[in-house]
Design a protein around this ligand. Structure first.
Ligand code: WAQ
Ligand code: MG
Length: 248
């Protein structure tokens, strides 16, 4: 599902303002329920009332890959400034250059939230996504049925069993499941949601409270990828390859 608003004085579909979006992978019998759920989300989003909602339902023919869910933990962080220093420190440790870090923060801090993620090359900091206004949209991902309940109870134990956390954890786990990806940084574009995360295969899913100020409409995702990555193959994996996430 994607919901957007027309910009005042613009008929150009490519320049629509992103309101909300979500994607999943499900069985035939779950389509109706999810449709209602996603529609109500689109109609009541804190970023505003959309004037266009597009829902796409596609039959999957490829057998889904299996990937592990990342392990969530929450860092202690009191302000956006501290978040940035924290992230910069971790990035330096895992081989992401200063230039790449700055490039990512330019994308994440830009006034126009884009619908997808930016791909940042880890040395040069070059942006590698094929379409910068759209970004790369991760799709065709879900928790495997057999892991779903156990995931729910383990998140509930930590007091974080919400749709927002679940969906972000699932997305981060699919993204980290590709060898070309070194890490991800995410800031919600929801004005009320101020917890973001840094994720990597090695470090897991590190939640970062106060990554932005309340009321801020900016947000986004940056995937740090190996300098010599095959970008077309990575984009195909992120957008098209069905992946089911499992606890073990
Ligand atoms: N693929 C690529 N990029 C996406 C996708 C996707 N499927 N969905 C969202 N984005 C990008 C897009 O630029 C959005 O503007 C931005 O990420 C933020 O998306 O554990 O709610 O859906 O408490 O607002 C983090 C949870 C929540 C932290 C993140 O992101 C926690 C969130 P949002
Ligand atoms: Mg959002």
């Amino acid at each position: 599902m994607r919901a957007s608003q027309r910009r005042r004085g613009s008929d150009d579909g490519a320049r629509r303002r992103h309101v909300s979006g979500c994607e999943t992978l499900c069985g035939h019998s779950d389509i109706g329920g999810l449709l209602r759920q996603y529609l109500s989300r689109a109609l009541t989003h804190a970023r505003g009332r959309p004037d266009e909602i597009v829902i796409t339902i596609e039959r999957i023919t490829k057998r889904p890959l299996r990937r592990r869910l990342l392990r969530p933990s929450t860092l202690s962080c009191a302000s956006p400034g501290e978040a940035r220093r924290l992230i910069a420190g971790i990035m330096a440790d895992i081989g992401i250059s200063d230039r790449a870090m700055r490039s990512a923060f330019t994308v994440l801090g830009s006034p126009e939230a884009i619908r997808g993620a930016s791909l940042i090359l880890c040395e040069s900091g070059r942006r590698a996504e094929p379409d910068r206004r759209r970004g790369v949209r991760v799709s065709r991902l879900a928790v495997e049925d057999s892991s779903s309940r156990a995931l729910g109870s383990s998140l509930a134990k930590a007091g974080i069993n919400t749709d927002t956390v679940r969906e972000a954890l699932v997305l981060a786990s699919k993204v980290a499941g590709h060898r070309a990806v070194i890490a991800e940084v995410c800031i919600s574009d929801d004005p009320h949601y101020t917890t973001g995360y840094l994720a990597s295969r090695r470090l897991g899913y590190l939640r970062i409270p106060h990554i932005k100020k309340r009321g801020d409409l900016r947000g986004g995702r940056a995937f740090f990828v190996k300098e010599d990555a095959d970008i077309a193959a990575l984009v195909a994996y992120l957008e098209e390859t069905p992946v089911l996430l499992t606890l073990r």
